[in-house]
Structure formats: structure tokens, C-alpha cells
Write a protein that binds this ligand. Structure first.
Ligand code: PLP
Length: 382
């Protein structure tokens, strides 16, 4: 058994970002400034899109995208029950009502046919989540959105490197929202990004993210002289700091290197677990690119002789940190009480949420770390 606890999702941090953070500290300009502007440009270039706006989280990115889409009180937004609570909370923050459509049990992504069933005259948008980095069925979702004149906001928190038929995740919808939280594929500690083709929407999100102050208000303390600003809306405090962007700039340069590393780990897991009585992730679909954000196995007590929760404890006892992505949204009391949702209403998400375990999958893992994970899983199940 390994000696040190393997922290789940611990990011790879290298000298370049440490030095960039130091240089920001020394410059004294810690808040939103030139590093944020550069990170936005680099990210937009990676995505091949005109506009990107850095914010302090993906939750903020989702919230402002929904507002910029003109969605609010009385409107319904259809999303998946197998996601992080932030996806749902962002819809609620915008004043709209979340509506859940169950997942396809193989891909674990929102099922387009379930989406169609949930459309009402109040539906204004679809909010797909590219779960674990696997792209949703974007042809079908795009068709539904076009037919019903719905906005589309993509939750790309798992999907920085994801592609579908040669097109990058986040460019199918009106808005693509990304996370740089510590466990994500690229990190800034806390951080998020919105991408959009619309100059007008980009300007509105930028403004809403900084108190609703007019354009470039962050420059008001710069060397070009004090600039008056005008508050044109009641906005939020969602801006990213240069301290965070300093990390992101260097992480982005390694986005493909890290992706290759996670792909290799994923394949090693796949080979090592082939004979076990567990369900492995479905193969990557033709003509798509998986971001390999999560490697999830399903522990069915009937087949494995151990419950999922006892498996989690057994992994921890082996000093391996694991994750659960996710107990389905209707398992949580707030949503049950507020919307009357019950897990049984979304049976695929419920079952997967109760069986799923995420194994460590980060560019920081050494070959020995991966070997330790494999040994622990096999030791518990065999
Ligand atoms: C992490 C995550 C978020 C929230 O990202 P933050 O940057 O932490 O706000 C939203 N949706 C999904 C699917 C996530 O995994």
C-alpha cells in the first residue's frame, strides 16, 4: 500500500506559473489587468472564437450567460440531473426555473429525446453539460434548439479540449462556459471563462461581471489617467484577478501535453480493469475528442459484492483519494423541497449517481501513482 495519501484531482503546477505569480505580486497590479487580457486572448485563440471573458468561476460564467441570453423570471431552462449543483444554481440565480431531462445511460450525457419531452411554451434554453469531457449529441441538441428557437448555453467545465465532428465544445451554443477550479484540466485556483461569437453579448458579460460599470472600468487606476465610469446595470463582482490569470497563461500552454498524459492514464486504467466486474466508461465516439476529465467506474453491489460507498471507504483506506461525480441532483434536499424532484423521476442519473466512482486522473500523476490506483482497485474487487 502507498505511504502518502494521493489527493484526488491535485493539479500539476510548474515553475513558469510560480514565477509569473511572483512577478504579478512584485508588479503590485494584483487585480484585473494585462494578465487577464492575455489569458482571454490565449483562450479565444485556442477555441478559435472571437470573444472570451475571464471571470472568477464557471458558476459566474453560467449565471451571466443565462442573463445575457435574456432569460429570467418565468422562463425554463432544460439541463441534466447528472451534474454539479452549480449548473442548477446558476439557473436559479438568474431567476429562471431549471427543468431536468434524464441522461443516456451509456454516454451519461443529457438525452436529446428526453429534452424534447420536457419542452413547454416557457422553455427558453437548453444547458447541456459535456459530462466527464465526452461531447453531448450536439447534432440532435442543435436541431432541437433551432426547431424551438431556444438559446443554448454549454457547461464546458469538463470540456476544455472536447471536440465534436471537428468543432470545439463551447462553440455550438450562444455561450460556452469553462472552469479553472483546482480539479479541472487547466487551473487558476478559482476561475472561469465565457466564450461567445457575439460582440454585444461579450460586452454585456464583461460589464455585468464588474458591478455593471461601463466598458474598461478596470483601467481607471492605470497610467493613462483616472477615467470616470458609469454604472449602467446592477452587476456582480465576478472579475478574474491577474494573480489567477498568471497561472492560467502557463497552464494553457500545456493544455495539449496534459491532455496526452491523461489520455495515456485513461488507456492504462482501461486495460488494467478489463476483466473486473465493473462498468468502465463507454468507448470514445467516432469523430469526437474526449477531454478525459473524469475516469468513472460503476460499482454495482449485485455484481461486485461491495457497495459503492464501502468501495469509497476501501480506496481511502488504501490512501487513494477518489471522487463522486455526481449523486444525481434530485438526491439533494433543497431541490426536492423547492421543485418536488425525486431521484426516481430520473432513473438513469439516479442509478449512475449511486454507483459511480471517479478515479484520480490528472497530469500530475506519476506512473507509480497510477500503478497504486490500479493495485488498490484490483485488490478490493478481486
Ligand atoms: C466544476 C463545475 C462547475 C463549476 O465550476 P466553478 O468554476 O467551480 O464555479 C460547473 N459545472 C460543472 C459540470 C462542474 O464540474
Amino acid at each position: 500500500m502507498r505511504k502518502e495519501f494521493l489527493v484526488y484531482g491535485s493539479p500539476a503546477i510548474e515553475n513558469a506559473e510560480i514565477e509569473e505569480v511572483l512577478s504579478v505580486m512584485k508588479s503590485g497590479w494584483l487585480g484585473t489587468g494585462p494578465k487577464v487580457a492575455r489569458f482571454e486572448r490565449d483562450f479565444a485563440q485556442y477555441k478559435g472564437i472571437e470573444h472570451s471573458i475571464a471571470l472568477n468561476s464557471c458558476t459566474a460564467a453560467l449565471h451571466l450567460s443565462i442573463l445575457a441570453a435574456g432569460i429570467g423570471e418565468g422562463d425554463e431552462v432544460i439541463t441534466t440531473p447528472l451534474t454539479f449543483c452549480a449548473t442548477i444554481n446558476a439557473i436559479i440565480h438568474a431567476g429562471a426555473t431549471p427543468v431536468l431531462a434524464d441522461i443516456d445511460p451509456l454516454t451519461m450525457n443529457i438525452s436529446p429525446s428526453e429534452v424534447e419531452v420536457k419542452i413547454t411554451p416557457k422553455t427558453k434554453a437548453i444547458l447541456p453539460v459535456h459530462f466527464s469531457g465526452r461531447p453531448c449529441d450536439m447534432d440532435a441538441l442543435r436541431r432541437i434548439a433551432d426547431n424551438h428557437k431556444l438559446k443554448m448555453i454549454e457547461d464546458c467545465a469538463h470540456a476544455i479540449e472536447t471536440e465534436y465532428k471537428g468543432r470545439k465544445a463551447g462553440t455550438f451554443g450562444d455561450f460556452g462556459c469553462f472552469s479553472f477550479y483546482v480539479t479541472k484540466n487547466i487551473v487558476t485556483g478559482e476561475g472561469g471563462m465565457v466564450i461567445t461569437k457575439s460582440e454585444e453579448d461579450a460586452a454585456r458579460i464583461k460589464m455585468l461581471g464588474l458591478h455593471g460599470m461601463s466598458k474598461d472600468a478596470w483601467k481607471r487606476f492605470g497610467d493613462e489617467g483616472y477615467k470616470h465610469y458609469q454604472v449602467v446595470e446592477c452587476g456582480y463582482k465576478y472579475n478574474m484577478m491577474d494573480l489567477q490569470a498568471a497561472i492560467g497563461i502557463h497552464q494553457m500552454q500545456r493544455v495539449e501535453t496534459y491532455w496526452h498524459r491523461r489520455q495515456a492514464i485513461w488507456q492504462r486504467y482501461h486495460e488494467a480493469f478489463a476483466g473486473l466486474p465493473i462498468t468502465l466508461p463507454a468507448p470514445v465516439e467516432q469523430n469526437t475528442r474526449h477531454a478525459y476529465h473524469l475516469y468513472t467506474i460503476l460499482i454495482d453491489e449485485q455484481r461486485c459484492g461491495i457497495s459503492r460507498d464501502r468501495f469509497l471507504d476501501a480506496m481511502t483506506a488504501q490512501n487513494i483519494g477518489i471522487g463522486v461525480h455526481y449523486l444525481s441532483i434530485p438526491e439533494h434536499p433543497y431541490y426536492q423541497q423547492t421543485f418536488g424532484w425525486q431521484p426516481e423521476g430520473y432513473p438513469h442519473a439516479m442509478r449512475i449517481g449511486r454507483q459511480t466512482v471517479s478515479l484520480p486522473l490528472s497530469a500530475k500523476l506519476s506512473d507509480e501513482d497510477v500503478g497504486d490506483v490500479i493495485e488498490a482497485v484490483r485488490g478490493i474487487l478481486l
